[in-house]
Design a binder for this molecule. Structure first.
Ligand code: EPU
Length: 364
């Protein structure tokens, strides 16, 4: 079954706590629902369409989107037939998950069955479809590492499509679904493959400490998920209390020669502004490029106290722009975004790229 609402209020479906609405909202559960929609009401999906997941990574710039918003509400999780034991003796369990399932519910479901793979992604807002688009990541894990297949409905051809994980072209906070070529695909189902074999990832600062007396050998997926929840709650705003879209900016990655320029610009900025110089925090990626911490850049550039109207930066994690008292407008958020980008660019010659999707009333 699908449900159509004209002139729908989307505020409750987004996490910024800023009023938003759309010309038409279609809530669907499955591929079959979208096939029926295309047959019965094709006019609804002929024009502008936006796929809304958990609404935890989107900002409606004008408070309104004129087109049709497709929103998956199917939340079923089913176990696939058991997979053969691999060469390495590893037993895998496949799960088929409808795109509207909350990612955190999937983490709960899998960790309480002792399955490994999703435990470090505990407490991330949003749904499984969004996680597959966005390749959400935290504490040394990325969703893409567990994905095997994504099923979507192509609203132009009106056919279901199935993408292997390779076809999803996953990278840091990136996938094929973020490209223009995939704009007409509505994700309906994701298959993930989890392992019964222990593979704790405890390297990220804070996780080991939060596990307390639990030794690495005794750590279970559920215990790690609980530790991740504890670390997150200390650093990040509680989505039930403070509106935000999580990390607002991506961590920048630059070519190695450009990083030398970044350091020079930063040294000169410190000299000009009387800021104490410290080397730029970074690490080298597998492909030889240099990844920087946006939070560190924002902090060191002196942006933490910035605020515009009701929008400010979360003190413990300035990568997150929050709707501090519930009265921020999209214009406040955008204006704060620009202020941060300008200051970081002045200090480091890097223009931070927002990871939050910003949607205008009409996209084209
Ligand atoms: N830092 C500062 N000042 C601060 C806070 C942090 O300099 O006030 C520096 C610290 O040096 C810290 C570094 O920032 O080492 C990194 O901070 P954090 O560990 O929180 O990780 P992140 O790279 O800023 C990413 C994800 C988060 C995810 C964390 C944990 C992105 C854009 N964000 O943040 O994802 O929870 O790692 O793994 O990659 C999200 O996407 O909504 C999100 C919260």
């Amino acid at each position: 079954m699908y449900k159509v609402t004209h002139n729908a209020d989307l505020t409750r479906l987004t996490t910024f706590g800023i009023t938003a609405g759309c010309g038409c909202l279609v809530e669907y559960e499955s591929l079959e629902d979208l096939r029926l929609l295309a047959e019965e009401q094709p006019g609804l999906i002929q024009g502008e369409v936006f796929n809304l997941g958990g609404g935890s990574n989107v900002l409606f710039l004008d408070g309104w989107y004129a087109g049709t918003v497709l929103h998956c509400v199917g939340e079923d999780v089913s176990e696939l037939a058991p997979e053969a034991i691999s060469d390495t003796g590893e037993v895998f369990v496949g799960l088929r998950v409808q795109a509207g399932a909350k990612l955190d519910n999937l983490v709960d479901y899998s960790t309480h069955r002792g399955l490994w793979g999703l435990e470090n992604l505990a407490a991330i807002p949003g749904c499984v479809g969004g996680a597959a688009v966005q390749n959400v990541g935290a504490y040394g894990a990325e969703f893409a590492r567990c994905v095997t297949k994504v099923r979507a409905f192509d609203i132009d051809t009106r056919h279901p499509v199935e993408l292997s994980v390779g076809q999803c072209e996953y990278g840091y906070r990136h996938s094929f679904f973020k490209t223009a070529a995939a704009a007409r695909l509505a994700i309906c189902e994701v298959e993930v493959r989890l392992s019964a074999k222990a593979a704790p990832r405890l390297g990220y600062s804070g996780i080991r400490e939060a596990l307390g007396d639990v030794t690495d050998d005794a750590a279970t997926p559920a215990l790690i998920a609980a530790a991740v929840r504890e670390v997150r709650s200390a650093k990040l705003p509680d989505p039930a209390e403070v509106g935000s879209a999580g990390s607002y900016f991506k961590n920048p990655v630059v070519e190695a020669p450009y990083f030398r320029k970044v350091e020079d610009v930063w040294r000169a900025f410190c000299g000009r502004c009387g800021t104490a110089y410290v080397p730029v925090q970074h690490h080298t990626t597998d492909d030889g490029r240099v990844k920087l911490s946006a939070a560190w850049l924002i902090d060191k550039a002196g942006c933490k106290p910035f605020s515009v109207g009701g929008a400010s930066l979360w003190p413990a994690q300035p990568l997150v722009i929050v709707n501090r008292d519930g009265h921020a407008t999209a214009a406040d958020i955008l204006s704060l975004q620009n202020r941060v980008q300008d200051r970081v660019e002045e200090a480091f010659a890097i223009r931070l790229e927002p990871e939050v999707v910003r949607l205008s009333a009409a996209m084209r």
